[in-house]
Unconditional design. Sequence first.
Length: 675
Amino acid sequence: MILIVIVGIVTLILGVIDKISPFSILPQWTISLILIITIVGCIIAVVLSWVYNIHPVEDIDKTESAPESRADYLSKSSKIWKTVSYISFVVIAGLIVLNISEREGKNKILDKSVAVLPFINDSEDQENEHFINGIMEDLVIKLQTIKELRVPGRTSTEQYRNSPRPIPEIANEMNVAYIVEGRGQRYGDRIRLRVQLVEAATDKHIWADSFDEVISGPEDIFRIQSQIAESIAAELEAVITPEQKQLLERVPTNNLTAYDFYQRGREEAWNHVANWDPERLPVAEDYLRKALQYDKNYAQAYSGLGQVYLFKWQWYVMNNQDYLDSAHFFLDKALIYDSQLAEAYAYRGALFSMSGENEKAFAAYDNALELNPNEWQAYHGRYFHAMMHDDIVEALKNVYMVAQLNHDRFYPAILRSLGWLFKANGFLDQAEHCYQDAFLLDPDTLSMCRSIVLQSEIIGDYSSAIECLMERYENDQEDTAAIADIVTFYGFSGEYEEALKWCNEFFEDPASITGATRSHSMHRIGFIYWENGFKEMADEFFARQMESSTAIIESGKFSNYDDHNPYYDLAAVYAFKGENDQACENLTLYLASWENEYIALYIVSRLKNDPFFNKIRDEPEFQQIVREAESRYQAGHEEIRKWLEEKAIALEPTMPEILKSYSELLFYKGKSTYC
């Protein structure tokens, strides 16, 4: 019995060590198993203690007097059993607390995000650089296949090839918890490779492995890559499903020459992407076709050719159907030989999207993400598809994933898209974080001004909108859209005389106004003239606005900029003229023109604050329209809020007060917790 207590005490000590040390070698089940054994032993000890305490002389023949020493012995024995019981109880209590409490470094949920930096080519022959890069890129794809990992692609990390930086700094910019570094060389039929996993927060190497092998075929290379990926996944406690393991261990080709030509072709295609160098495309195509000469069933080579023709269509002659047809042909061939090739589905989705086959595109992107949960291009395609169909909730979810997985030259634009969608769904602080980060990376004052103006409109802070637009006008005094917006917000704030100065200087002749200002701002200018007593001038602007909006609606040719707005602008003029039925009819059409059920927050704000609707604001039909808009906005906001909570994304960020001028932005040095 005492032995059980000793075992329990030793286990308790080991448990404490295991709890405070993240590098303990104890298996996860050790404490639990010994806890069970100790509990069973302790129950026996307690029972025996109870028996001896109540019946200390049980089973002793009482026909003769027992010696006093015997009684003393039994009394001491009873006390020992009590002591053992108490110690056992304490040990069990300690083990239970230890077992159910978090074991730091073991049960803690890890941030399973990892970026693979460009591998260093140590080969004497720099011709082998494509080979080392190929190993790195294939490792990225294998890691991306594991659903529990978040792994940005090569387009995100290539920027660090020639500009080495401290690991914590890179990880912070990439928003990952771990970094993979590697270097290798190829000489003859041998390769030497060393790969290591670094914990970004501590800059400590927590795993490493080296390989020095003779390569008899591509299967040897794929085996090494799979071994590295599985080791990293194990270190990060990421579960690999049987389906994912099958994808990790597949052998795309058994021909080493075909593999070498494919890697060369893929590297040339990559160089086109990295440097916008179209002269690389014919070279890439030539290598990929040579790969197929040695292995006609090489699915990745067909997929690579599909990508090349997609690039040709984008770079050389857009709308050239021959390029699109060739891309479709090669991608179809790729999927015939390998139906689990994620990249082929992603490229296919892009092709379907370009030809307007949106449902097919969406299905292709879904297939890509099922096979590679980190395929950022598929998320981007889904985002674009959602935006085309007014699904601002689905669009936000997908562009958020793009921002997590892609940090290349387009990252600032991605952040701005994410910021706009956060704003549209009512998460204003999150939106400002994204816009501010985008501005620090790319000081696009026009985009930042648009963000501030939209935010100001939503919260009713029209003076901030005017201040921002004034700065924008000072930078470009031919920006008529900014001038029209200044007039609009002066009208919203009731500063009609100030607005009239701008109208008299820039918009005195309605016939000279063109472009977006003509399409959407004529009635805003007319409103200012009306409020200043120039009724005839105002009526002319109102008439031109109705003419422009009606023409767009009748043509059915809504541009991205014009989408939905003609109905709203018509409703505004009708409401101002007191024609309530036509105003509400067009507002109903305006809400109906949004294909998806969700409505953006700025629409609700406009309906509630637009002075054009003051005359009908108390009408039951108008109030019902506002309630419908509010309900549709709130449904989307709530869905996003739940999604953010599921993703463990903070809803209450610590950030400076919203910045309202570019000069303030220059001093903002914070980093977003969202993007």
